[in-house]
Design a protein around this ligand. Structure first.
Ligand code: CS2
Ligand code: MG
Length: 402
C-alpha cells in the first residue's frame, strides 16, 4: 500500500481548523488535525512545503519510521508548529491503518481498558451567582466533573469567562485583544468561589480550575494550599511551565493535584515533571504532542510515576483530535479525564464523527479507524480568517501570561 496524495484543508466553520487528508493507492484515506490556535497557516505551510513531498510513495503502515523520519529528519526538532504538523501526519496514518484492518484505532493501542471516558466541562460566570447557576446547569446535563472559572471583582475580564449566553472562543479576528490582570485580586477571591460551590453542591462533584499560567511558584503554592479544604480534582497550569523544577516549590506546599501540559509538544517538556512526580495529570494531547505514536510512549512513562492523562480538549482542537483522543483514552491504562468543550453544531456538520457524549461520559464509537470524516462540500463555504489569541498585562502594564 502506498501514499499517493496528501492535502491540507484550511477552513473556518465558526473558527479556524487545519486538517490533513492523506490518500492511498487502495482508495482509503485518513485524517489528521493540524490546528494550532492563532498560528494555523504556519502549520499548513510546514506540511505543504516540507512534509507532503516526502510522504508520497511511503507505506502508511510504517507509522514509527515515518514519525522518526519527520522528527529526527527535521533537524530543527520540536516546537508547536513542527509537532502539530507531525501529529496530523501520524493521526491520518493511524486512521488509515484502522480502516484497512477494519477495526477502531483503540484496538491497535491495547484494546478497551474502559467502555466510557469521564469528561469535564466548563462552567463560568462573570460573577459568583452566575457561575453557581452555570455549575447547576452543567450538573443537570449529567457532567460529573466541572471546571469552574469566574469573574474577579476589580478585574475587567478574566481568562475563561464570557458574558452570559455567549460561547467561549479565545481567538479574536483582527489584532490581539489585550486584557489586564491582578494576581492579588485573583488569589484573594478564588477560594471564596470554591467554598461557595462546595456549600451549594456538596463534596461529590469533581471540581477543576485553570490558573492559565498566571501565578509564580510561591503564589501557586498559596493557591493550592488555600483551596485544599475544597479538594479540587486539579489546579491546571499554575505557572508558566518553562522551568520544570519550579514545580518542586508548589509540590512542597500543597496536596492539591496539579495538571499541566496543554502547550507541551514533546516528552522533553515534561520528563522531569513526570519522573520527579511533580505533577498528577499530563494535558499534552494528540494534536500538539506530535501524534498518537509519541503520546503512547509518554503515557507509558507517566504510568510508571503515577501520572495520569488529562488531555486538553478545547474547541480550538478539531473533532479529529477529539476522535483520536477518545480512542487513546479508551485504551491507555493511566487515563485520568478528558476535557470536553462541545463544538458548535456547524463544526460537527463539517466533521461528522462516531464519538458521542452521554450523561457525563464520552464514547469513541466503533467505526474502523478514528471514526471521523470531513465534508468537503462544506469546507469551501467557510474560508480561513486570521485570528489571534489574547495578550495579557499586569495592572502596571507589564506583559504577562495570558
Ligand atoms: C484552556 C484552553 O481549555 C483549556 O484548558 O487552557 O481553552 C486554551 O486557552 C486554548 O486552547 C488556547 O487556544
Ligand atoms: Mg488550560
Amino acid at each position: 500500500m502506498k501514499i499517493t496524495e496528501a492535502k491540507v484543508i484550511v477552513c473556518s466553520p465558526t473558527r479556524n481548523f487545519v486538517t490533513l487528508l492523506i490518500r492511498t493507492d487502495e482508495g482509503i484515506y485518513g485524517l489528521g488535525d493540524a490546528t494550532l490556535n492563532g498560528r494555523e497557516l504556519a502549520v499548513a505551510t510546514y506540511l505543504e512545503e516540507y512534509c507532503i513531498p516526502c510522504l508520497i510513495g511511503r507505506n502508511p503502515f510504517d507509522t514509527e519510521d515515518i514519525w522518526q523520519y519527520f522528527y529526527i529528519g527535521a533537524y530543527w526538532k520540536r516546537g508547536p508548529v513542527t509537532m502539530s504538523a507531525l501529529a496530523a501526519i501520524d493521526m491520518a496514518l493511524w486512521d488509515i491503518k484502522g480502516k484497512v484492518l477494519n477495526t477502531p484505532v483503540y484496538n491497535l493501542l491495547g484494546g478497551k481498558s474502559r467502555d466510557r471516558i469521564m469528561v469535564y466541562c466548563h462552567a463560568n460566570g462573570t460573577d459568583l451567582s452566575q457561575t453557581l447557576e452555570e455549575v447547576h446547569q452543567h450538573l443537570e446535563m449529567g457532567y460529573k466533573a466541572i471546571r469552574v472559572q469566574t469573574g474577579i471583582p476589580g478585574i475587567a475580564s478574566t481568562y475563561g469567562v464570557v458574558a452570559k449566553g455567549e460561547k467561549y472562543e479565545p481567538a479574536t479576528r483582527g489584532v490581539p485583544h489585550e486584557s489586564s490582570w491582578s494576581t492579588e485580586k485573583y488569589l484573594n477571591f478564588i477560594p471564596r468561589l470554591f467554598s461557595a460551590v462546595r456549600d451549594k453542591f456538596g463534596d461529590d462533584i469533581h471540581l477543576l480550575h485553570d490558573c492559565h499560567h498566571r501565578l509564580t511558584p510561591i503564589e501557586a503554592a498559596r493557591f493550592g494550599k488555600e483551596v485544599e479544604p475544597f479538594h479540587l480534582f486539579w489546579m491546571e497550569d499554575p505557572v508558566s511551565e518553562e522551568l520544570q523544577e519550579s514545580f518542586r516549590i508548589i509540590r512542597n506546599h500543597t496536596t492539591t493535584p496539579i495538571a499541566v501540559g496543554e502547550i507541551f509538544n514533546s516528552v522533553f517538556d515534561c520528563n522531569r515533571l513526570i519522573t520527579e512526580q511533580l505533577i498528577d495529570y499530563l494535558r499534552m494531547t494528540i494534536v500538539h504532542g506530535g501524534g498518537i505514536t509519541p503520546l503512547q510512549k509518554v503515557a507509558h512513562l507517566a504510568e510508571v510515576y503515577n501520572v495520569r492523562t488529562g488531555f486538553h480538549g478545547a474547541t480550538d482542537l478539531s473533532p479529529v483530535t477529539m476522535a483520536a483522543a477518545l480512542h487513546f483514552n479508551t485504551a491507555i491504562h493511566n487515563f485520568g479525564i478528558q476535557e470536553h468543550m462541545p463544538h458548535e453544531p456547524l463544526v460537527d456538520e463539517v466533521f461528522p464523527h462516531a464519538y458521542y457524549f452521554r450523561d457525563g461520559f464520552m464514547y469513541a464509537g466503533d467505526k474502523p479507524g478514528l471514526g471521523i470524516d470531513i465534508d468537503m462540500a462544506l469546507v469551501d463555504k467557510y474560508p480561513y480568517q486570521r485570528a489571534y489569541l489574547p495578550l495579557n498585562r499586569r495592572e502596571d502594564g507589564t506583559m504577562w501570561n495570558w
